[in-house]
Design a protein around this ligand. Structure first.
Ligand SMILES: C[S@@+](CC[C@H](N)C(=O)[O-])C[C@H]1O[C@@H](n2cnc3c(N)ncnc32)[C@H](O)[C@@H]1O
Length: 233
């Protein structure tokens, strides 16, 4: 679970740049597919940035996240949007959506493949017929790992990031220091899912895969993320 200090770091430390840029690319992707969704739901919405970019682009977006602290940050950031605490593996909606998104590795936070299947079933029920589910996953062929690195926050706090992987699970450790004193540590675990299993579970949930690629847009370079889009049938 993402705790409050970590949520604040997420807000302050530039990770919001990923959903900000991705939101614009999703709007371009929708245009390229001739899709004009009126309403979207973002699962694992974090600080709400993707919802804000989609809404500004004409797709009214609500957010759902397991972490109450993330939802507090999202509500503070975007008081005009609707954010709810909820589990993407077991949620219901008051009305259906034309688009459901789940990005920033949010699905990699779910370890049990059956729970991923339950999330897909909930997504299908949340979508109008013909609606689209667009999500990203850590690419099994490109599991990220890297040298630890440190960044300095404007308030003088030092933050150290370290990613370790055994090829199946990824552990991201974030430590913050004041001077040399460790102030805070959080470990985020992510599961690298089997792609064949993911695609089979989508089909079983009534979601027909229309894209599975190492890039969202043809103009993107290859990355460590796989983008999958599926249409509700
Ligand atoms: C790496 S963050 C990505 C946040 C946001 N999508 C972004 O790109 O900035 C993953 C998010 O997924 C949320 N999350 C993890 N498991 C979840 C679940 N079962 N249901 C809903 N949200 C979940 C976490 O609380 C966290 O906010």
């Amino acid at each position: 679970m993402y705790g409050s200090l970590f949520c604040q770091l997420y807000n302050d430390f530039g990770w919001n740049e990923y959903p900000r840029a991705l939101g614009r690319r999703i709007l371009t992707w929708l245009d390229g597919h001739g899709l004009r969704p009126a309403r979207a739901l973002d699962l694992g919405c974090g600080t709400g940035m993707l919802c804000a970019v989609l809404t500004a682009g004409g797709v009214a977006a609500d957010g759902l996240d397991l972490s109450p602290d993330m939802i507090d940050v999202a509500k503070t950031n975007y008081p005009g949007l609707a954010f709810t605490v909820g589990d993407m593996t077991d949620f219901t909606v008051e009305h259906r959506y034309d688009l459901v998104t789940c990005t920033g590795d949010a699905l990699n936070h779910i370890f049990d493949p059956d729970a991923v299947g339950r999330a897909f079933a909930c997504v299908r029920r949340a979508l109008n017929d013909g609606g689209v589910f667009l999500f990203d996953l850590l690419d099994p062929d490109e599991v990220p790992a890297g040298e630890p690195f440190e960044a300095e926050h404007s308030d003088g706090t030092r933050v150290r990031f370290e990613t370790v992987t055994d090829g199946r699970d990824v552990r991201l450790t974030i430590k913050t220091y004041e001077g040399d004193a460790l102030k805070f540590e959080e470990n985020i675990l992510e599961r690298v899912h089997d792609l064949g299993d993911i695609l089979a579970r989508l089909e079983r949930a009534g979601l027909e895969v229309i894209q599975c690629s190492d890039r969202l847009l043809d103009t993107d370079g290859p990355g460590t993320t796989r983008f999958i889009a599926a249409r509700a049938i």
